[in-house]
Design a protein around this ligand. Structure first.
Ligand SMILES: Cc1cc2nc3c(=O)[nH]c(=O)nc-3n(C[C@H](O)[C@H](O)[C@H](O)COP(=O)(O)OP(=O)(O)OC[C@H]3O[C@@H](n4cnc5c(N)ncnc54)[C@H](O)[C@@H]3O)c2cc1C
Length: 372
């Protein structure tokens, strides 16, 4: 039952799969061990929104650009459709306009445009520009349907890159020379643990001194009534004080103060709007953030209603039918968007400690294997 590979990876979420891709690209033999029968964690619960604009300046923004390019290269090979491209950020409050303008003037805004509500409506008639002050267009983003994309990526890695998957096996012990599950010992020259939100399991000893916590998000899938076709993702004012690429700008302080007074409930629930569209016309809409060491399993209807109000404010929907609701969890903290710990040569732990794994995992994985 024992097996031997150059690299063994724990976790078949996007971080584990990206590491499997990066190792296979280097010609290494790779095994991925996943405790569930298929990935059901954050990587399939997210928006599938590969976001560049709005990511924290520096490392995270660079990783997002590189990961977006890798998604664009891998998606057609793995038969993963790109649902749509680009992003509109709608400024509803006048204090949001200086934030968009300041962002557009940075290196990160180089290919973005700030346009009037009228021009935004012409280019994206589905936007609700009533009362809006301006909009930012970013051409950088991609959207994939994560619940389909993640299994397709795993299947393609298995078929086209020879990655071996051990499904329904938990890694119980790990060291630089391999891992042990209840069924087998898997030997490897290199071990990478990508445990997602499992901060206390096999990677626990290596993360114990990091100030990490968890946050839980509420998400919905809705059918717009009547049907409408978005050409890209949409965000709005609350995103400008949540996403570090905007929120770190001095201009964001006045907007934050205003929104704290005007939208206290949304801020308390960590709500900001992202809406993306699927091939069947439904919209994936979110989200809220509830920080908790042990995420509360009960979703709040009130929070969902607030999220849907923000959707109506940004998108010209008359009504929506809620098709699905779900929650997801990801790790936060440590003062970084991602943590890589290398306790010994040959053993790495990689955890995305922000809601950016779909946007940055491929670049993170390349960095892990950059030394060979
Ligand atoms: C609701 C929601 C919306 C989000 N939206 C976006 C977005 O639009 N864009 C974006 O970039 N990011 C987004 N994120 C963040 C992104 O989804 C995560 O950063 C990313 O999925 C993390 O990937 P992961 O592989 O580390 O974790 P996961 O997907 O949770 O995968 C970890 C895997 O490891 C397995 N595992 C853990 N321990 C063991 C063990 N001992 N043995 C075997 N297997 C083990 C688990 O079973 C799991 O399958 C969102 C997150 C959520 C929750």
């Amino acid at each position: 039952m024992n097996a031997k590979f150059d690299v063994v990876i724990t976790g078949a979420g996007i971080v584990g799969l990206a590491h499997a891709w990066a190792a296979a690209e280097r010609g290494l033999s790779v095994a991925v061990v996943e405790r569930d029968a298929r990935a059901v964690g954050a990587s399939i619960r997210n928006f599938g929104f590969v976001t560049v604009t709005g990511q924290r300046a520096g490392e995270t923004w660079h990783r997002a650009r590189r990961s977006r390019d890798i998604w664009a290269q891998v998606a057609p090979l793995a038969q993963i459709p790109i649902a749509h491209r680009g992003l509109w950020v709608l400024a509803r409050h006048e204090l949001a306009v200086p934030v968009l303008e300041a962002f557009a003037a940075t290196e990160m805004g180089a290919e973005c445009e700030v346009v009037s509500p009228g021009e935004a409506a012409e280019r994206a008639p589905w936007l609700n520009v009533r009362g809006a002050q301006a909009a930012l267009w970013s051409p950088h983003e991609l959207r994939v349907e994560s619940r389909e994309a993640i299994p397709r990526l795993a299947a393609w890695l298995a078929e086209a890159r020879g990655v071996h998957f051990f499904w329904s096996e938990s890694v119980l012990e790990a060291g630089p020379r391999g891992v042990r599950t209840a069924r087998r010992r898997i030997e490897a020259g290199r071990v990478v643990l990508c445990p997602g939100s499992d901060l206390t399991g096999v990677a626990g000893p290596y993360l114990a001194d990091r100030p990490l916590a968890l946050t839980r998000l509420q998400m919905l899938r809705v059918r717009p009534l009547p049907a409408l076709r978005l050409g890209s993702a949409v965000m709005s004012d609350l995103s400008l004080i949540r996403y570090a690429g905007y929120a770190a700008l001095p201009e964001a302080a006045a907007l934050r103060a205003h929104l704290e007074a005007e939208e206290p409930e949304s801020l308390a629930a960590g709500i900001h709007l992202i809406a993306v569209q699927s091939a069947d016309g439904t919209l994936v809409v979110g989200d809220s953030h509830h920080d908790d060491a042990a995420p509360w399993p009960f979703a709040s209807e009130t929070v969902d209603r607030w999220i849907l109000r923000h959707l109506r404010e940004a998108v010209a929907v008359e009504d929506v039918e809620v098709i699905e609701r779900w929650t997801g969890v990801y790790p936060i903290g440590g003062g970084r968007d991602a943590v890589r710990v290398t306790p010994e040569r040959g053993l790495d732990v990689v955890v995305v400690t922000s809601g950016t794994g779909a946007s940055t995992a491929f670049a993170l994985a390349e960095e892990t294997f950059a030394d060979g």
